[in-house]
Write a protein that binds this ligand. Structure first.
Ligand code: ATP
Length: 266
């Protein structure tokens, strides 16, 4: 085997994202307590657990909106715990939010293009110095935004203002926005929440399609049907800790998981 192909093989085996003994306290509350896991390259990994389990805090830690009290986050082989969220986007991490907030009066295509600008941290000076370069970049960005809107079935609405979108369509737009940065991994926060049954099928279908292009997913989801249909593997959190992992069927049968959900409901 050549050095190059060995390197490639190694790359595909390196987890995209790793949490190592991650802990996060808020005052007296330990929201995430000594959690370790890998997100394997190419998989769709689910993160489930009852309310208050620490899932959103874990996402915030992975994406860089908050720092761990202790422990380490490794993204594509690089320790990133001290790095800001926008640096992690540059390293291939995309994140969607439970309640997407597009610019309501801008068209869908402008919303997607703006995501790229925000991600590149664009300054005024380069634009002033090289206007022709900027025009070419804008054209490429516009074309890419249209392609991504097609990928998420929103071509028909590309030039409509984002305010006309339903909750589910906003989630699809968010997916297109996140794809502008060519992520290696996308963290999806409750993609099924507030989405009608028809659009849910479109979202499941689109996530599968994007995953088939080699993009890894980690998703928080309360809709167990969606988790069962989409996820290759599932992690369960409860009271800040990782309770177990397995296929959706395995974790659904695990007495510790049943107890955690029943305990939460009591
Ligand atoms: N900024 C904060 N300040 C204080 N406590 C917090 C903060 N963020 C989260 N917590 C606490 O940390 C714990 C975990 O919350 P988190 O939102 O991560 O859970 P979750 O699993 O995402 O819940 P849900 O499914 O309801 O969204 C909870 O007890 C919560 O009250």
């Amino acid at each position: 085997m050549s050095a190059l192909s060995e390197r490639r093989e190694e790359d595909t085996r390196t987890p995209v994202l790793t949490a190592k003994n991650v802990m996060r306290r808020f005052g007296g509350v330990t929201a995430v307590n000594d959690v370790s896991f890998d997100v394997r390259r190419g998989e769709i990994l689910g993160l489930i657990g009852p309310n208050g389990a620490g899932k959103t805090t874990m996402f915030d830690l992975l994406a860089g909106s908050i720092r761990p009290t202790s422990g380490e986050i490794v993204l594509n082989g690089v320790a990133v715990s001290g790095e800001a969220a926008h640096r992690r986007i540059g390293r291939g991490l995309g994140r969607t939010f439970q309640i997407p907030r597009p610019f309501p009066n801008l068209s869908l295509v402008d919303n997607v293009m703006l995501a790229a600008q925000a991600q590149a941290g664009e300054g005024l000076l380069p634009n002033f110095l090289k206007p022709w370069h900027v025009r070419a970049e804008e054209k490429a960005s516009h074309d890419k935004a249209l392609e991504l809107l097609e990928l998420v079935n929103l071509t028909r609405l590309a030039h409509e203002p984002a305010r006309v979108l339903s909750g589910g369509q906003r989630k699809l737009l968010e997916l297109a926005r996140v794809m502008m940065a060519d992520p290696a991994i996308i963290l999806l926060d409750e993609p099924a929440a507030g989405v009608n049954a028809t659009l849910l099928e479109v979202i499941i279908d689109r996530i599968r399609d994007i995953n088939a292009r080699g993009i890894t997913f980690l998703l928080i989801e309360h809709n167990i049907d969606m988790v069962t249909r989409l996820c290759h593997r599932v992690l369960v959190m409860a009271s800040g800790q990782l309770l177990c992992e397995g296929t959706a069927d395995e974790v659904a049968r695990d007495p510790r998981v049943i107890e955690a959900y029943l305990g939460g409901a009591a």
